[in-house]
Design a protein around this ligand. Structure first.
Ligand SMILES: [Mg+2]
Length: 189
């Protein structure tokens, strides 16, 4: 852990974005461009964050790969399509991290516990190392309690729960705040 503590004080900060439900409207096991409907405000938010020198990092569980509903190559193709869509809006996504595993429903080698699968913080910690991030000065927007738990475990300073999916409070404290829309995150950058 000393290594992580050192990394967490890096010079950069990130805006972490969950994908399904934050970047695009939630559709179960989405894997094709024609299924993508971007969430209102996502491009403006990313442009503002980019202008404020945030790294833009996507962190997404992809149990559909574990379940065999689509392949890693399908996922990468969709990611490239999304990156191009953002680029047309003046936004460069810095990286997308994904976890293709599921502890119970995974097929073959995809069936396993994984430190990257949210609510575990692995993807955030990988990003902190890869981009020399100060996580305490970073922001994570998700739409599920598992996002908030991952962010809290990683030590992300600002945790924002986009309202819609989670009706009640998330277990494990109130170390996050709710936002009704992505626009509500703009003043927090
Ligand atoms: Mg989500």
């Amino acid at each position: 852990m000393p290594q992580f503590i050192q990394e967490s004080t890096g010079p950069n900060r990130a805006l972490f974005l969950d994908r399904d439900g934050v970047i695009n409207a939630e559709i179960n096991y989405l894997h094709q461009p024609e299924q993508v409907h971007f969430v209102s405000g996502i491009f403006a938010l990313c442009r503002s964050a980019q202008a404020a020198s945030y790294k833009l990092i996507v962190v997404t569980n992809q149990a559909g790969i574990a379940r065999g509903y689509y392949t890693e190559e399908d996922f990468h193709a969709l990611t490239r399509w999304m990156e191009a869509a953002f680029a047309r809006e003046g936004v460069q996504l810095d990286r997308t991290y994904f976890c293709p595993h599921h502890p119970e429903q995974g097929v073959g080698a995809y069936r396993r516990e994984c430190p990257d699968r949210k609510p575990n913080p692995g993807m955030l910690l990988h990003a902190a190392r890869d981009f020399s991030l100060d996580l305490t000065r970073s922001i994570f927007i998700g739409d599920r309690c598992t996002d908030m738990a991952a962010g809290q475990a990683a030590g992300v300073g600002t945790l924002l729960l986009l309202e819609g999916v989670e009706r009640g409070d998330c277990a494990g404290g109130r170390n996050y705040r709710r936002i009704p829309t992505l626009d509500a995150a703009l003043p927090l950058l």
